[in-house]
Structure formats: C-alpha cells, structure tokens
Write a protein that binds this ligand. Structure first.
Ligand SMILES: *[C@@H]1O[C@H](CO)[C@@H](O)[C@H](O)[C@H]1NC(C)=O
Ligand SMILES: *[C@@H]1O[C@H](CO)[C@@H](O)[C@H](O)[C@H]1NC(C)=O
Ligand SMILES: *[C@@H]1O[C@H](CO)[C@@H](O)[C@H](O)[C@H]1NC(C)=O
Ligand SMILES: *[C@@H]1O[C@H](CO)[C@@H](O)[C@H](O)[C@H]1NC(C)=O
Ligand SMILES: *[C@@H]1O[C@H](CO)[C@@H](O)[C@H](O)[C@H]1NC(C)=O
Ligand SMILES: *[C@@H]1O[C@H](CO)[C@@H](O)[C@H](O)[C@H]1NC(C)=O
Ligand SMILES: *[C@@H]1O[C@H](CO)[C@@H](O)[C@H](O)[C@H]1NC(C)=O
Ligand SMILES: *[C@@H]1O[C@H](CO)[C@@H](O)[C@H](O)[C@H]1NC(C)=O
Ligand SMILES: *[C@@H]1O[C@H](CO)[C@@H](O)[C@H](O)[C@H]1NC(C)=O
Ligand SMILES: *[C@@H]1O[C@H](CO)[C@@H](O)[C@H](O)[C@H]1NC(C)=O
Ligand SMILES: *[C@@H]1O[C@H](CO)[C@@H](O)[C@H](O)[C@H]1NC(C)=O
Ligand SMILES: *[C@@H]1O[C@H](CO)[C@@H](O)[C@H](O)[C@H]1NC(C)=O
Length: 620
C-alpha cells in the first residue's frame, strides 16, 4: 500500500512536469551557523482538564510510541495551560461528593477550578511511553498560605511520576495575571523573582527534594518564565507589565549559582493568529499560516530572548503554542497548511536556538493534532481521530532520526545541528541543512558533515480531494479551489555530497493546502481510529519508508521535484559518508552498491525504494 501511494505521487509529478515546471537552483554554503537539533524537539502541551480524556483511550499512547520508535526518544509532554493556575490539590482520595480523583468545575470547557487528589497523578503516571520527559505546571496564581497548594502539588506529582517528572513550571502565562485579577499592578519581573525564589525555595527545601539531592538522585528542575505575549507585537500585549526573558535575566534571575543550577529552561508561548477577539478573528487566514515570511516574522522576534536565556545558562523553549489561540480554527488549524507550517516552525525555531516546541492539545480544540474521544461541536458530532498536523510531527521525527549505523550495525545517536538555508527563504520557500557525525566531532564547535536537507514549498495549492476528516467540522471543508495544474518545481541543489552517492527522499504530501485527510509521509498513513501506522512492505519497520531514491549528480548537484504545498527530506545514505569500517567495510566510496543505511538491520526498505526510483526515472 505504501508503495502504490508513492507511485501515484511519482506519476502525478511526471505528468505535470511538461506544462507547469520551474527550476530552483540553491547552494548549501559551507559556513552556516548551526544550532542543536535534538531528537525530542517536537512535543505537546496538554491542558490539565483534558488529560483524563487523552489517557482514556490508547490513541495518544500509540501515536507517541510511534515517534519514540523512530527517534529513539519519546516526545516531551508538558501538563499545563490556563487550568494549571486553577488546579487545587485535595489531600484524600476520592474527592468529596464525586467519587473521582479529578473534577473540573463546572465542566472542562468552562472550568473555573480543577480539583485533584494525589492519586490523580497515579491514574496517568504510566500511560505515556517509557522515557517521556514530563513538565508539570504548578498553581502560582493562588498565593494564599504561602503557596501551600503549589508546594503540595509538587510533592504529590513527584511521588507518582518519579524520574519522568523532569521539571516544574510556576504558573502559566504569568504576564496575564493582572488582567485576570490574580496580581495587582505591581506585578512584574521584580515581584516574580521574589515569588519564584520563595516557592522554589520551599520546594527544594522540602524533605522529599532534600532526600533526592542527598542521594545524588535526579531531582526535578524548573522551567522559568512562561510568558504569553509576543515581544514585538504591541496589539497582542494583554496587559502593561515588563515581562520578557531579557528583562527577567537582566533583573538577576539565575545570577546566583544555586538558582542557575535549578533552572533548566526558559519558556515563552506563541500563537501567530487568534480566535480570542473579534479583531483578530477577522484576520484569521490559512494563506497567512502557510507563509514562510510570516512565520519568520513571528519566530524571529524571539532571537533576543534566546540570547538572554543562553547567556543565563539554559535554553529557550516554546513551551505552549499552536496556530491560533483560544482553541484554534477549523479549516485553518486542522488543514495540511497547518502541517507544513508546523514543520517550518519547529525547524526555523531550532535553527534560531529555540530548543523545543510544545504544541497545545485539548480534547475538544480545533487545533489539536489528534483527539481521543468523539464530541459535539457547533451542531456537529466529531469523531475521535488524527488531523493533518499529526503528519508534521511524524515528518519531523524522520528529520531528527539518525538512520546511520556504525560498522557493527548499531543505530547511531548523532547530535544533529541545523541551519536555515539563505537560498530558500521567501514567502513560499523554506529550507534547512542538518549536520552531524562522520567528519566532524559532533560537539558544539564542529557541526560535522551534511547529513540531511529539508525543503518546504509553502505556496498555497487548494486541491479538490481529501477535503473532509470526520474528526473536524465539515462546515469548514474547503470550497475554494486553485485553478489549472498543480505547479512543480525542479530543485537543483549544490551540495558537498559525492557524485553518485545515494540520496533517500521522504515526502510529506497531501492533495492540497486545504486538505484535512489523505496526508502521508513517504506513503505512510496512520489509522485514524487506533493511531497505528500502516507501514508498507513485509518486515518493514516504521521509519524505513522512502518515497524515492535519487543519486548525486556531477559537482554534487542533487536534482528532485517538489510540488506546490509539499515538503521533502533528503538524506545521504551511508555510502556517501566516507566511513572507514576496516577491511570488511561495506561503505566508503562503494557507491555503486545498494547500501547499507537500512540494509544492516532493516530489510525490505531499500528494495521498495529501488523499485520506486526506477519508476520515477521511467516516468520523468
Ligand atoms: C473514559 O471515557 C468514558 C466515556 O466518556 C467514561 O465513561 C469513562 O469514565 C472514562 N474513563 C476514565 C478512566 O476517564
Ligand atoms: C514500537 O516498537 C516496539 C518494539 O519494537 C513495538 O513493540 C511497538 O509495536 C512499536 N509501536 C509502534 C506504535 O510502532
Ligand atoms: C466521575 O468521572 C466520570 C468520568 O469523567 C464521570 O462520568 C462521572 O460523572 C464522575 N462522577 C461524578 C460523581 O461526578
Ligand atoms: C497575593 O496576591 C495578591 C494580589 O496581587 C496580593 O495583594 C497579595 O499581597 C499576595 N500575597 C502574597 C502572600 O504574596
Ligand atoms: C516565603 O515567604 C514567607 C512569607 O514572607 C516567608 O515566611 C518564608 O520564609 C519564605 N520562604 C522561603 C523559602 O523563602
Ligand atoms: C522590559 O523592561 C523595560 C523597562 O522596564 C520595559 O520598558 C519593556 O517594555 C520591557 N519589555 C517587555 C517586553 O515587557
Ligand atoms: C505573526 O505575523 C503576522 C504577520 O506579520 C502578524 O499579523 C501576527 O500578529 C504575528 N503574530 C504574532 C503572535 O507574532
Ligand atoms: C446550531 O443550531 C442552532 C439551532 O438550530 C442554531 O441556532 C445555531 O446557530 C447553530 N450553531 C452553529 C454554530 O451552527
Ligand atoms: C530570511 O529572510 C529574512 C528577511 O525576510 C532575514 O532576516 C533572515 O536572516 C533570512 N534567513 C536566512 C537563513 O537567510
Ligand atoms: C556512527 O558512529 C560511529 C562510532 O561512533 C562513527 O565512527 C561513525 O562515523 C558514525 N556514522 C555516522 C554516519 O555518523
Ligand atoms: C485556499 O482555501 C482556503 C479555504 O480553505 C481559503 O481561505 C484561501 O483563501 C484559499 N487560498 C487560495 C490561494 O486559493
Ligand atoms: C482519502 O481519505 C478518505 C477519508 O479518510 C478515505 O476514505 C479515502 O480512501 C482516501 N483516499 C485516498 C486516495 O487515499
């Protein structure tokens, strides 16, 4: 099935070439500044009141496990959001009158309070894949009794979650506290630092934390900041305050070694569009989302914040984000355009030094990449399922996954680094180079050899297929269609790769920007109901699927096609990596042979690739 999907794509490309094709020439400069690209760059933030829904079915576990299987590291999860500052811990289980360990009052959609017991943490402690790094947001808003509630939450969370609880946040979007009536007008960086010190001091001074420190065990750290307002967009500042990472670090947070040691990251939030108010509601647009220039404007405003965090000794993360705030907008947030945006976003952010990006999830939110349970919304009944955005995550998993093997056949865990390509930087085009291993040491100073390239055609193509998805509103299915034949660009990329080397291609594709279904990554689809991946060939493992294989031409030029509204990942096979495996080495200049990269322990994959490659040659 995977194979035929790839063949369909290849033949469409072939037919279109005659009439609607342009050539794009790009080179990969040798002097790009790179930043770390970590295996768990792509994570989720789950609204506390919706966590029970996500852990109610196997869907989230299956999807997150798929990613872990491909990247070697489970996606990081932050349990936080508005309702974190409305969470109250009650000491004994179950909660009085309810018989449950959690209850949203009056209900999850309009919660004013979220009451939990210590046992609530146990109910989901083992749900997520092994190795998941969890961040839990404590209620900073309720400052009564010296934050006794938050101090108790911290202890209960650690008791149940153990080592997987890597960090706490103190409050969510604290730069909205004045408007919410949770702090007075004196609230700002100075007051925050005092309260941060008081609460972190109480937590790190408590018996359970001291016991961990004394036993030299891993103790949870703190993700500081957690600001919502975009630094350079004045009309989206919620209230007058001085919160920013630059102001926070300038005011002396982390100036003492003890404090620096417990801060593992700084967090900001970003929602480029919004449904929260009428003015921004009217500006909502799919075309604006699928636009690399706009994305650059939105993400590059954090460059000074990254620098401030780095200088204070911890990376900046985008701790909660999605396409449009206040739950998103069906027709935009659940479209393939949002998937291309998410890929471009995570890779642009990484190339600027934003270490991780956490996409927000609510069980009834229009922007959620997947929803666990059926529900009613705007007079429609939506099925549980997977939206287009999920495929962005799987595609990025393929980008960060190390498919190289050492000489004994073990999968490498190279530290990759990433840079954005200056030659692929317009509203409709974005590109990235990924480096690591073989050649360089892979440490901070040497970026290593070029391993992968990513190109996104961010131009809008509104197709006529895959318009609906039973987990999204049918009222927002596409009705505006692009005319003519979907354009195709032929890329000619000048690389340092050796002539003849094998390049494997992974395509993220769909019938159009407006598609809500029929999205795939190298032909792989995920079952909307169970989340199980449908991998093609016999004995094939997830992460081994390729759309086609090309070879590096004269002078390192790699040629391939990309349709409008499509993304490709190119990765060099082991035969191009100058590895020296001694006398029995199967690589290093052995360019004519079928490699290597997947052949050691992943049978099946390259055969399918070769068949597709021949097919592409014939069609083109
Ligand atoms: C799972 O969802 C079903 C249906 O909504 C509900 O009846 C059940 O109580 C939920 N179980 C848990 C553990 O949340
Ligand atoms: C992940 O890998 C394990 C071990 O190979 C396998 O049992 C499991 O089915 C895989 N899960 C998914 C969702 O691919
Ligand atoms: C307990 O939670 C379940 C699932 O969320 C819900 O169906 C049930 O009504 C709750 N019980 C009470 C007494 O609120
Ligand atoms: C809690 O916050 C309120 C509102 O800003 C403030 O008036 C009060 O002094 C604070 N209490 C403590 C203990 O910080
Ligand atoms: C927190 O503030 C309270 C009230 O000002 C004070 O009594 C307590 O000692 C402080 N605790 C820490 C750890 O700073
Ligand atoms: C940083 O602090 C300065 C001085 O208080 C203030 O003018 C500025 O608005 C603050 N920056 C942000 C993004 O709040
Ligand atoms: C993102 O960029 C667009 C286009 O410039 C702008 O309208 C929007 O306000 C930006 N959003 C944020 C949160 O920066
Ligand atoms: C849902 O149906 C009601 C009754 O027919 C109608 O008044 C309302 O406008 C509808 N809501 C939406 C979002 O379509
Ligand atoms: C992309 O273009 C923007 C201006 O639109 C520029 O500021 C940025 O540095 C460019 N990025 C690269 C990688 O060249
Ligand atoms: C894989 O790891 C081995 C051993 O660390 C190293 O020699 C080799 O260069 C790596 N291969 C690649 C392709 O990075
Ligand atoms: C594509 O379709 C969306 C609605 O699905 C519409 O908002 C957008 O303007 C269309 N864009 C183009 C270029 O046709
Ligand atoms: C497109 O998606 C729909 C709904 O998921 C499915 O029924 C249909 O078979 C898909 N078509 C193709 C060509 O994959």
């Amino acid at each position: 099935m995977t194979l035929s999907q790839s063949l369909v794509t290849a033949s469409v490309v072939g037919i279109a070439t005659a009439q609607n094709q342009t050539t794009i020439k790009i080179s990969v400069p040798s002097d790009l500044n790179t930043r770390p690209l970590i295996p768990d760059v792509y994570g989720y933030s789950i609204e506390p009141v919706w966590l029970d829904s996500y852990t109610n079915t196997s869907l989230a576990n299956t999807l997150l496990s798929s990613i872990a299987n491909v990247t070697g590291k489970a996606p990081p999860i932050r349990i936080g959001g508005n309702t974190a500052d409305q969470t109250y811990l009650y000491p004994s289980s179950p909660l009085p009158l309810t018989g449950n360990d959690s209850v949203a009052i009056p209900d999850p959609l309009t919660a004013k309070a979220f009451n939990i017991t210590p046992h609530w943490f146990d109910t989901w402690a083992t749900y997520l894949p092994t190795g998941t790094d969890l961040i839990y947001t404590l209620n900073l808003a309720d400052n009564s009794s010296g934050w006794a509630n938050a101090v108790a939450e911290a202890e209960a969370a650690h008791a149940a979650l153990g080592d997987s609880l890597v960090a706490f946040e103190l409050g969510n979007e604290i730069d909205h506290y004045i408007n919410k009536g949770w702090r007075d007008a004196s609230w700002g960086v100075k007051a925050y630092i005092e309260q941060f010190r008081n609460l972190t001091g109480q937590i790190t001074g408590s018996g359970w934390y001291q016991a961990l420190t004394q036993a030299k065990s891993k103790a949870p750290t703190f993700q500081a900041g957690v600001f919502a307002d975009p630094p350079l967009v004045p009309d989206q500042q919620d209230e007058i305050d001085d919160f920013s990472i630059t102001n926070l670090t300038a005011a002396g947070i982390a100036s003492q070694p003890e404090e620096k040691n417990i801060i593992s990251s700084y967090a900001t939030h970003l929602y480029p569009q919004s449904t929260c108010d009428t003015a921004r509601w009217y500006r909502l647009s799919l075309d604006l989302l699928s636009n690399h220039n706009v994305l650059w404007q939105n993400v590059s405003q954090y460059i000074p914040q990254v620098a401030a965090a780095d200088a204070a000794g911890a990376p900046l993360v985008m701790g909660e984000t999605n396409s449009a705030s206040c739950s998103g907008r069906s027709g935009i947030s659940d479209s393939f355009g949002a998937a291309l945006w998410a890929v471009d976003y995570v890779l642009t952010a990484a190339s600027l030094g934003i270490r991780k990006v956490y996409f927000h999830l609510g069980a009834r939110s229009e922007y959620s990449a997947f929803t666990p349970l059926a529900y009613e919304l705007k007079n429609e009944t939506l099925a549980s399922g997977i939206r287009a955005g999920w495929y962005a995550h799987y595609f990025v998993a393929r980008v960060v996954s190390d498919t190289s093997f050492d000489c004994s056949g073990r999968q490498n865990q190279t530290q990759f680094r990433i840079a954005a390509l200056p030659g692929a930087n317009s509203s409709s085009l974005s590109g990235f180079a990924v480096y690591g291993g073989g050649g360089g040491g892979g440490d901070e100073d040497t970026k290593g050899a070029l391993r992968k390239l990513v190109f996104l055609d961010m131009g809008v193509w509104n197709g006529t297929e895959g318009l609906s998805n039973p987990s999204t509103l049918s009222a927002t299915d596409g009705t505006v269609f692009s005319e003519g034949i979907r354009p195709v660009s032929t890329f000619e990329v000048a690389t340092p790769w050796s002539t003849g080397a094998e390049i494997k291609v992974v395509r993220l594709t769909a019938p159009g920007t407006n598609a809500k279904s029929n999205v795939s990554v190298a032909g792989t689809l995920f079952d909307d109901r169970t989340g199980e991946p449908a991998v093609g060939g016999e004995g094939e493992r997830l992460g081994d699927e390729y759309s086609e294989i090309v070879r590096v031409g004269a002078e390192g030029i790699v040629k391939f096609d990309v349709r409008r509204a499509e993304a490709v990942l190119l990765e060099i096979g082991r035969d191009g990596m100058n590895m020296d495996c001694g006398e029995n080495g199967q690589s290093g200049g052995n360019n004519g042979s079928i490699p290597a990269t997947s052949g050691v322990s992943r049978p099946g994959a390259h055969w399918r690739g070769v068949v597709v490659a021949f097919f592409v040659v014939l069609v083109l």
